[in-house]
Design a protein. Structure first.
Length: 400
């Protein structure tokens, strides 16, 4: 999951090197927390038994399984934040008549692909090493979570779909790194959102507006028929964009923001209790978070907490590579630490293995981000300069 830094109704906290020069601290907290929740859920699923099989659960283990079982809800949080930052920015620019499609696509391309392509390469490299040298264990031999042959799910006809980052939405996600499915939805939203907002906000004759709305509706229905999950993630992203609009025009107060956080927190807890349908708990998490981020007071929380922006700075990298890294670490534990070829109880040994897997994934993501995600602004500026140069050359040629 990705982000743009954008200014709001009040003066945001400034940080050097950030995209656009400013960010909202609370969004940094949500981005990093969401990525960590996804990591914890996948790491636990790789090494520890499910809670139903825990032999002697105690309150601490119950809490551990609650927190480490929220990977789906972490993705829900990602989509609200992405909608707020990217969708809200597009909405505002189109409404103000200053939306530049070229700049928008360059920004989105630099943000997504600078991490996405290297993440694919890293996953392929780790998978190749694992299959060659660690195939006698569960992670690269039996591997219940991943296919025995990467081309069983990722045949050559799907490669163009992955190159344009629409995996999950229009084609199967790559089994070696399944979490990348969400990037396909996000990239699809990036492409269709400007058309949706333009049909709604631009001044145009009635016939043209009706034709634009009809074209957008046809694309939306086609995607919904092709992929039944599309409307759900679309709704979450649009909810985040709507929260950004509320934030800029009629922001909520602190009381409403805190109430939203309480609703979101209740949704997180109830989602693990299985007392309500997942759609209801997802609505609580998404709706509560949308209310919270529409409050300028809440959005300033965690300002000055050094660890939060540092964690958020590599949250996309963490999401993109954590599962291949965790699988590789698990295979190394099997080979060199005598780890059993089965899931284990959350005893001291099991929790230590879980912690090692999490720490390795965090460290790898930080190093990966140094080579990729940290260079986003520089790559964006380079692409912008190429575009400006191309325009100048075209103008000079036409003048001649």
């Amino acid at each position: 999951m990705t982000q743009d830094h954008t200014s709001g109704a009040l003066s945001p906290v400034t940080r050097l090197g950030s995209e656009g020069g400013a960010h909202w601290p609370f969004l940094d907290l949500i981005r990093f927390s969401a990525a960590v929740l996804v990591l914890l859920g996948h790491a636990r699923g790789l090494v520890l038994e499910s809670f139903a099989r825990v032999e002697h659960p105690n309150p601490l283990l119950r809490l551990f399984y609650l927190v480490s079982g929220l990977q789906h809800e972490g993705v829900v949080m990602f989509f609200i934040v992405s909608g707020f930052l990217v969708g809200g920015s597009v909405w505002r620019q189109i409404a103000q008549g200053r939306f530049d499609p070229g700049s928008y696509l360059i920004n989105r391309f630099a943000r997504i692909y600078l991490v996405f392509i290297p993440a694919l390469v890293l996953a392929l490299l780790l998978d190749a090493i694992g299959r060659e040298f660690l195939a006698d264990g569960r992670f690269y031999g039996v591997r219940p979570l991943l296919p025995a042959n990467i081309f069983a799910e990722w045949w050559w006809t799907q490669i163009p779909c992955h190159v344009v980052s629409l995996q999950g939405l229009l084609c199967l996600p790559w089994g070696v790194n399944p979490p990348l499915w969400s990037l396909g939805y996000e990239w699809g939203l990036y492409l269709i959102a400007p058309a949706i907002f333009a049909a709604m906000l631009l001044r145009m004759p009635l016939r043209r507006r009706l034709a634009s709305c009809a074209a957008v509706a046809i694309v939306f229905v086609a995607l919904s028929l092709w992929n039944a999950d599309w409307p759900f993630w679309f709704a979450l992203w649009i909810l985040g964009a709507a929260a950004a609009q509320v934030f800029r025009t009629r922001p909520f107060g602190a009381l409403a923001g805190v109430a939203g956080l309480l609703v979101a927190g209740a949704g997180l807890v109830l989602s693990r209790a299985a007392l309500l349908p997942s759609l209801v708990t997802d609505a609580c998490v998404a709706g509560g978070l949308a209310i919270a981020v529409a409050s300028p007071v809440v959005m300033q929380w965690t300002a000055g907490v050094y660890a939060v922006p540092r964690g958020a700075a590599f949250s996309y990298s963490l999401y993109a590579i954590h599962l291949p890294v965790c699988v590789f670490v698990g295979a190394l534990l099997e080979r060199f630490a005598g780890w059993p070829h089965t899931l284990v109880q959350p005893d001291v040994r099991g929790l230590l293995a879980f912690g090692l897997m999490v720490i390795c994934a965090l460290a790898a993501a930080r190093g990966f981000a140094y080579l990729t995600e940290d260079r986003t602004a520089a790559v964006r500026e380079w692409l912008m300069s190429l575009r400006t140069s191309a325009r100048w050359q075209a103008g000079r040629a036409s003048g001649l």
